[in-house]
Design a protein around this ligand. Structure first.
Ligand code: ADP
Ligand SMILES: O=P(O)(O)O[C@H]1O[C@H](CO)[C@@H](O[C@H]2O[C@H](CO)[C@@H](O)[C@H](O)[C@H]2O)[C@H](O)[C@H]1O
Length: 461
């Protein structure tokens, strides 16, 4: 490995967006290097292959380059290390350029001017010109990717884990452009990666970043829900609808917004109806996920029979199951409340799944199940490690039930299928999501592992 690859091998596992935590890195290889700003300071977009346990995954690194000793103190936290770069005998400080507004400004300019050079293309969508010259800051918080906010106008989400193909976030947001339920897209950055379709030797356009309106008046759905839960904890004997800060009105409006987005997606993008064989394949995928999760988290095995029975019931559903493009990783952190109503963000789907699988149509009830799981998380996460856990647990359950009912009512009233009338389908999707969460928490937030495990215990009781 080159000096840079050695440094990346030490730095990548410490990044929040690295999906392969817990498994040693065997190899790091810079597969492609696209200079965006040459000279000093310099910006290169790297496609990096990370090898672990015999398989490789790709990540995007925004590499900032300054002469050794020239890195300003405020960028010290973004340091990757000091090394020689191929073809150059000087010593360079390399760092995460997402934190350097002097460099990131060129990404916004690139989109505004529709630049294209050295294997990357900057694309702009039709519409008002892009206001350039704004400094960016990195959005803080739990993120699978890295988002840069430019002034008060734009968010540029740089995708970290890369899979060949157009990212569904771009594809779906573009299909919904103009809808009041999504942040307007303005452009994107892409490169070409070798297709991962077996036997296909071609290269496919692959999204590196997506530029959208920044919704500055927005409040995160997760924060709003958590505030409501806290209010209920103050008066745990009251029914959630009578406590201050009741969330049911918002949950119902969120259900309506979700149904409206699903309707729009089914108008704009392909739909299908699943045959019994296809249902069987979906159920097989759920069983497979359960097996992988059980191998990693043996505690799950005691619930496996009940989960498998739910997947069998799903596979045996007699009525045809309509499928379409959906959000794919729907939860309260993916929706924000603006002055005008709920807006849905992050149509990327599950970042750990190949893009070509994420693009397959699925049942909109999968999104409904995702949001219902999120109500469960919001109700319980503040009890982790709390001395009042036992006293407050009934209130938490009541909050989740109350808001679940409101969300489903809003969803059905706005023209979505009535979730309550499709219990076998909804239950299987909820279980499948909870199993995914068990793996997600074990890898990323072990202290939260109890949340999905407890709900699987509760749901399968
Ligand atoms: N257009 C936007 N306007 C305002 N806030 C946003 C916008 N896009 C994202 N955010 C905030 O950033 C968080 C993470 O964004 P998201 O697209 O979900 O990234 P990731 O895919 O990395 O999880 C969201 O939960 C939201 O709070
Ligand atoms: O980074 P993404 O938003 O694409 O999604 C991943 O991270 C989420 C956590 O940040 C994770 O969501 C899980 O935790 C949420 C609370 O933090 C909760 O509301 C969700 O219901 C729960 O699934 C998501 O699963 C993961 O893909």
């Amino acid at each position: 490995m080159s000096q840079l690859e050695d440094l990346l091998a030490g730095w990548i596992p410490r990044q929040r967006w690295f999906a392969g935590k817990g498994t040693p890195i065997e190899k790091v290889m810079v597969e492609a290097e696209h200079p965006v700003v040459t000279g000093e300071p310099g910006l290169r977009l790297l496609v990096v292959e990370v090898g672990q346990q015999g398989s490789t995954s790709r990540y995007q690194v925004l590499l900032g380059v300054r002469r050794a000793g020239h890195l300003r103190d405020e960028l010290a936290h973004a340091t990757i290390g000091v090394c020689e770069l191929p073809g150059d005998s000087s010593t360079w400080a390399v760092y995460d350029a997402a934190h350097d507004p002097e460099l990131t400004t060129s990404l916004l300019e690139g989109i505004a001017d529709e630049r294209g050079a050295d294997g990357i293309r900057f694309r702009r969508m039709p519409g008002a010109p892009i206001r350039t010259g704004q400094r960016s800051i990195v959005l803080t918080g739990e993120q699978s990717n890295t988002s840069l906010v430019y002034g008060e106008d734009y968010v540029l989400k740089t995708f970290r884990r890369l899979w060949p193909g157009r990212n569904p976030d771009l594809e779906l947001t573009a299909a919904l452009a103009g809808s009041p339920f999504v942040a307007r897209p303005h452009g994107w950055i892409e490169t070409d990666l070798p297709s991962d379709r077996p036997g296909d030797g071609s290269s496919v356009p692959t999204t590196l970043a997506l530029l959208q309106d920044y919704l500055r008046s927005a409040t995160d759905g997760w924060v709003l829900a958590a505030t409501s839960v806290r209010d209920l904890y103050d008066t745990p004997d009251l029914p959630p609808g009578d406590a201050g800060g009741d969330f049911a009105g918002e949950a119902e409006r969120l259900g309506s917004a979700t149904a409206a987005v699903h309707r729009a997606l089914s108008r704009e993008l392909p739909t299908d109806v699943l045959t019994p064989d296809m249902l069987g394949d979906l159920a097989a995928g759920m069983r497979h996920r359960l097996e992988s999760a059980t191998a990693e988290i043996p505690e799950l095995s005691r619930y496996a029979p009940a989960l498998r029975a739910a997947y069998d019931a799903f596979a045996a559903v007699a009525e045809p199951l309509p499928v379409q493009r959906i959000h794919g990783d729907y939860h309260l952190g993916q929706v924000v409340r603006t002055d005008a109503g709920w807006v849905l963000l992050d149509f990327e789907g599950e970042p750990a799944v190949p893009v070509r699988d994420r693009r397959r149509p699925s049942s909109p009830l999968r999104d409904v199940a995702g949001m219902l799981r999120s109500f469960d998380y919001a109700a319980h996460y503040q009890l982790i490690g709390s001395a009042s856990e036992e006293t407050l647990a009934p209130a938490a359950r009541a909050w989740a039930r109350h808001n679940r009912d409101a969300f489903c009512a809003g969803y059905a009233a706005a023209g979505g299928v009535d979730p309550e009338k499709h219990q076998a389908v909804l239950r299987a999707f909820e279980y499948d999501k909870a199993v995914y969460e068990v793996m997600y928490e074990a890898r990323n937030r072990p202290s939260w592992l109890r949340i999905p495990l407890d709900s699987i215990a509760e749901l399968t009781r």
